[in-house]
Write a protein that binds this ligand. Structure first.
Ligand code: QV4
Ligand code: CA
Length: 513
């Protein structure tokens, strides 16, 4: 009996942490990188809810170091000074208002939790922080938390520099400094409790889960320890006993001793192989072809689907930070990017996250983007510019808004329509023309070959006329783009020229005339 109860408790504890806590039939998350809380609140109401987005990953909301050299880089937000909700995205009132308004229209908020470290060792001392809290990095003094010298790993790290010098040494990776960032002593109950208190304040406001930044640099058991202290989600929007969704940033491309699987007990992990491999395939590098995607997912050595959080690019590797390398596709390669995102959203593997970026003056010198640091569109006083919406529904002020691109938005809807349906009716030409369906609800076909495609394939869909949701969509019972005719036996003809603007077609039962 005791064992049974323990098992039930364990199962109960585990379940919630893998589930994004989205409302039914809303399956994707969008990362509104560096957006202001006010803009996110409006986006939830005017765009995300009406188009079936499940939730938003927001940039770190806590107080951070203000860096002026270079001038206000995006990465200053990964250098915490305190856990006050106070950043370039807005203050605590604005954050609360966003969480409430998004939840009220069924869009969840996930917070990027930076809890492995505080600011860099050379962060100086003073009040140059986003809320003006005093700190002294040299003395390890962060009175606004408060943390002091005892709360850092200086004594525990055994490298000469105090930095992580080798990713082959699991002790260095966890106990030494990542890029000089002051490493918190997470084995201390005080530190664990302080982190849990910060996360609980956010949970009580209504957030639905967390991205755990730099999870690889924390012991899985230490993460577990602060997760065990977390409240259940706010019952104003979630049913009683709901645990926060947890996805941990562990970059495991293979070849290092630390594996993503060590973190499964806490929640999902980011599967970085996904975007790196998909980019390689769609770029046709290293002899890869789309035909090889037939067993995409675990068949490619990825973590189990129910443990994966996946994306084509993220805020790091879209600009050469983090991992993935040159194969990563981004909005800068729009045509290939839309194919990759389309493939991801059609495929059943993992919880999917769509990236939404800002444009920056990308400039390569010797293969490196020297402007990889440039922060969000901002005003002369350093404040972040608002996201303006153009008459054609795209965004202004240098916000890229990939999530508003018709092809991507319509594939987010596709994923909702086919939710729970099996991967089916795979077809390929042995090269880069491939197709697959999701049960009898949806079907997608790609031509990434250098020649035109004209094929009859089995879609698995009921007979009828369908609107392609890539070239257009269904509006007033008409198609604004291409039409596809599915005959009584489920077969359909698809023609995609190699120079098509978007060389793929997707149809689903909600876009049937
Ligand atoms: C540098 C040197 C130090 C030196 C110091 C002196 O590296 O050795 O002592 O200057 O001043 C920035 C700078 C970096 C600087 C550091 C400290 O780029 O040059 O140190 O600040 O001042 C983001 C950026 C980092 C940035 C960091 C903090 O990507 O460039 O560092 O924010 O501002 C690994 C990890 C993975 C990580 C990934 C980038 O396993 O966890 O690297 N990804 C996450 C986030 C990422 C963030 C962090 C982790 C850190 O997604 O955005 O790093 O929170 O793969
Ligand atoms: Ca650490």
């Amino acid at each position: 009996m005791k064992i049974l109860l323990l098992l039930l408790a364990a199962a109960g504890l585990c379940w919630g942490q893998y589930n994004p806590n989205t409302v039914p039939k809303r399956t994707s998350i969008v990362h509104l990188f560096e957006w202001r809380w006010q803009d996110i609140a409006e986006e939830c109401e005017r765009y995300l809810a009406p188009n079936g987005f499940g939730g938003v990953q927001v940039s770190p909301p806590n107080e951070n170091l203000v860096i002026t050299s270079p001038n206000r880089p995006w990465w200053e937000r990964y250098q915490p000074i305190s856990y006050k909700i106070c950043s370039r995205s807005g203050n605590e009132e604005q954050f609360k208002d966003m969480v409430k308004r998004c939840n009220n229209v069924g869009v969840r908020i996930y917070v990027d939790a930076v809890v492995n470290h505080m600011c860099g060792a050379a962060g100086g001392s003073g009040t140059h922080s986003t809320c003006g809290s005093y700190f002294n990095a040299g003395n390890r003094d962060f009175p606004a938390v408060p943390y002091s010298g005892w709360d850092f790993n200086d004594g525990k790290c055994h490298t000469g520099s105090g930095e992580i010098e080798s990713y082959n040494d699991i002790y260095q990776v966890r106990d030494c400094r990542l890029s000089s960032l002051l490493d918190l002593a997470l084995e201390k109950d005080y530190v664990r409790s302080t982190i849990a208190e910060y996360m609980n304040r956010l949970i009580d406001m209504g957030v639905a889960g967390f991205r755990i930044d730099a999870a690889k640099h924390m012991w899985p058991g230490d993460i577990r320890a602060f997760l065990d202290k977390l409240h259940d989600l706010n019952t104003q929007w979630f049913s009683e006993g709901t645990k926060p969704f947890i996805y941990q940033e562990v970059i495991d491309l293979g070849g290092e001793p630390i594996k993503g699987s060590e973190y499964f007990g806490n929640g999902r992990v980011t599967e970085f192989k996904y975007g790196a491999k998909l980019g390689t395939v769609i770029r046709k590098w290293n002899g890869e072809k789309m035909a090889y995607l037939k067993n995409w997912g675990e068949g490619w050595g990825f973590v189990p689907s129910d443990r994966a959080l996946v994306f084509v690019d993220n805020h790091d590797n879209q600009r050469g930070h983090g991992a993935g390398g040159a194969s990563i596709l981004t909005f800068w390669d729009a045509r290939l990017y839309k194919m990759a995102v389309g493939f991801m959203l059609a495929h059943p593997y993992g919880v999917t996250r769509v990236m939404s970026s800002f444009r920056w003056p990308r400039y390569f010198e010797n293969g490196k983007d020297v402007n990889d640091w440039v922060g969000p569109p901002s005003n002369p006083d350093g404040s972040t510019k608002s996201v303006t919406i153009n008459p054609d529904t795209t965004c202004g002020n240098d916000w890229v808004c990939e999530h508003r691109w018709r092809q991507i938005r319509n594939m987010v809807i596709f994923r909702n329509v086919v939710d729970g349906e099996p991967f089916s009716n795979w077809w390929d030409n042995g090269s880069n023309q491939v197709a697959f369906g999701r049960g009898n609800k949806g079907f997608i076909i790609f031509n990434n070959d250098d020649w035109n495609m004209n094929v009859y394939v089995q879609t698995g869909l009921p007979a009828g006329t369908y609107c392609d949701v890539i070239s257009g969509q269904k509006e007033n019972n008409k198609c604004t783009g291409k039409q596809v005719f599915v005959s009584g036996d489920g077969m359909a003809n698809f023609q995609i020229n190699t120079d098509a603007e978007d060389p793929f077609i997707a149809i689903h039962v909600d876009a049937k005339l």
